[in-house]
Write a protein that binds this ligand. Structure first.
Ligand SMILES: Nc1ncnc2c1ncn2[C@@H]1O[C@H](COP(=O)(O)OP(=O)(O)OP(=O)(O)O)[C@@H](O)[C@H]1O
Length: 387
C-alpha cells in the first residue's frame, strides 16, 4: 500500500485529504507543520508527500529544500492557496513534482498523485536495471567489419541522429544499440527497449504511447507508454519491420513532431527521445510489398549500421569463444576451460545460422559437457549435427 505524508497546518484540510486518500487505498500520515513533517520524512520512507505552502515554523518551500537534501527521489506535491500560486511555481522550479490548488479538484489531484508515483517507480526501476546490467558488455572482435562498426558507433553516438541497425538474428544488433546509447549524451537517461514483433498488433499503440484509463476494455488503469518512459533517453525499437502500418503512422508522427498522444487522450505530450531501430528484414523490400512506410524508413534510417553475420567474420570466433569461456565459466563459478587449436578450427568451419547467440549457446553447452580442455571430439559430439 503506497504511503503518503500530508503536511498542512489546517486540520480540516488534513482530515479531508486523509479521508479521501485512505478511501483510495493509500496509507496516510499527517503532520501539522513543516518541522513535524520533516521529522516524519526523516524517520520513514514515504512514496509521496503532499505539502502546504504557508505554514508556521517551517514553510512549504523550506520543507521542500530540506527534504530534497535528505532524499530527492520522493515526489513532493505542493498544495497552494489562492494567494500563492507564484510560490507554488517557484516550488516546482526547485524540484517539487507539481502543485495543486486549494480547494483541490479531486480527480485532478488523484491523477497527479498517481502520475507522480508511477513516474517515480519507473525511475527507480530504471536505476535498478542499470545497476543490474552494470557496464554494457564489450563488442568483441577484431575483424574489419567489427572495427568499422566500433568506429561508426564512436562517430554517431554523440549526435542525435536516428540509427537503423540491420542484420540477421543474433548478430549483435541490440549490443550495438546499447553502445550507441552508452556513448551518447543521453547515457544518464533511460534506454527503453520494445520488441515490436512480440507485442500483439492491437496492443502496440498502447505499449508505445500509453493509454488513459477506460480507453479500451482492458485499460483498467492509466498507463505510461514506452515513448514517455524513454523521455530524455533512447528508445530502441527492435524488429521494427514487424510493426503494423497503423502503428507505423503514429510512430512517424511522434518522430516528426516530437509529440505523442496516449490512447484515449486528447492532449499531446512532448517527448524528447532518440530512436534507434533494428530489423532483420530487408526494409526496402517490405516497402515494395507495402508492408512498411517509405517515409518512416527515411525518418529512421538517417544512419544505417549493418551488422554482418558471423559466417562473414569467422576470424572473430577465437576471440569470441575465449570471452564466452571466461564469462560463462565465471557465471558457473568454474575455472576457465581451455579449447585446443583443432577444436577451434572446427568451430570456424561451422555454419553459424544462429550467429553469435548460437555460438554463445554452443560454448555454454561445451562448458557443461566437456572436460578441462575442449577437444575436437567434444565438438563432434556436442556441436556438429549427427549424420
Ligand atoms: N561482438 C560481440 N561480442 C560479444 N558478445 C556479443 C557480440 N555480439 C553479440 N553478442 C552477444 O550475443 C547475443 C546476441 O546479441 P544481440 O541480442 O545483440 O543480437 P540481436 O542481433 O539483437 O538479436 P535479435 O535479432 O534476435 O534481436 C547477446 O548475448 C550479445 O551480448
Amino acid at each position: 500500500m503506497p504511503s503518503i505524508l500530508i503536511i498542512d497546518d489546517e486540520k480540516s484540510i488534513r482530515k479531508t485529504l486523509t479521508e479521501i486518500l485512505s478511501y483510495e487505498g493509500y496509507k496516510i500520515e499527517e503532520a501539522a507543520d513543516g518541522e513535524e513533517g520533516l521529522k516524519k520524512f526523516k524517520e520513514k520512507n514515504f512514496d509521496l508527500v503532499l505539502c502546504d505552502i504557508k505554514m508556521p515554523k517551517l514553510d512549504g518551500i523550506e520543507f521542500l529544500e530540506k527534504a530534497k537534501e535528505i532524499n530527492d527521489e520522493i515526489p513532493i506535491i505542493i498544495i497552494s492557496g489562492h494567494g500563492n500560486i507564484e510560490t507554488a511555481v517557484e516550488a516546482v522550479k526547485k524540484g517539487a513534482y507539481d502543485y495543486i490548488s486549494k480547494p483541490p479538484d479531486l480527480n485532478r489531484m488523484l491523477i497527479t498523485l498517481r502520475n507522480a508515483m508511477e513516474k517515480n517507480s519507473l525511475v527507480a526501476e530504471t536505476k535498478v536495471l542499470k545497476r543490474k546490467v552494470g557496464k554494457v558488455q564489450e563488442i568483441v572482435g577484431e575483424s574489419l567489419p567489427i572495427k568499422k562498426i566500433k568506429e561508426t558507433i564512436d562517430k554517431i553516438a554523440p549526435t542525435e541522429a536516428r540509427v537503423l541497425i540491420t542484420g540477421d538474428n543474433g548478430v549483435g544488433k541490440e549490443l550495438v544499440a546499447r553502445w550507441i546509447h552508452e556513448k551518447s549524451n543521453r547515457s544518464d537517461g533511460p534506454m527503453v527497449e520494445v520488441n515490436c514483433a512480440a507485442i500483439p498488433g492491437e496492443l502496440i499503440e498502447s505499449e508505445l504511447f500509453g493509454h488513459e484509463k477506460g480507453s479500451f476494455t482492458s485499460a483498467v488503469k492509466q498507463r505510461i507508454g514506452k515513448f514517455e518512459q524513454a523521455n530524455g533517453g533512447t528508445l530502441f525499437l527492435d524488429e521494427i519491420g514487424d510493426m503494423s502500418l497503423n502503428a507505423q503512422a503514429k510512430v512517424l508522427r511522434a518522430l516528426q513532431e516530437a509529440k505523442i498522444t496516449r490512447v484515449g487522450a486528447d492532449k499531446d505530450i512532448n517527448v524528447d527521445v532518440r530512436v534507434i531501430a533494428a530489423t532483420n528484414k530487408d526494409l526496402l523490400k517490405e516497402v515494395e510489398n507495402k508492408n512498411f512506410r517509405l517515409d518512416l524508413y527515411h525518418r529512421l534510417g538517417v544512419i544505417i549500421v549493418h551488422v554482418p553475420s558471423l559466417n562473414d567474420r569467422l576470424s572473430d570466433i577465437p576471440l569470441l569463444v575465449d570471452r564466452f569461456l571466461e564469462d560463462i565459466g565465471a557465471e558457473y563459478g568454474q575455472p576457465k576451460k581451455a579449447i585446443d587449436r583443432k577444436a577451434l578450427d572446427l568451430l570456424q568451419k561451422h555454419n553459424w545460422t544462429g550467429n553469435i547467440r548460437e555460438l554463445r549457446n554452443v560454448v555454454e553447452r561445451l562448458i557443461i559437457l566437456s572436460g578441462k580442455t575442449i577437444t575436437t571430439d567434444d565438438i563432434e559430439n556436442y556441436v556438429l549435427p549427427k549424420k
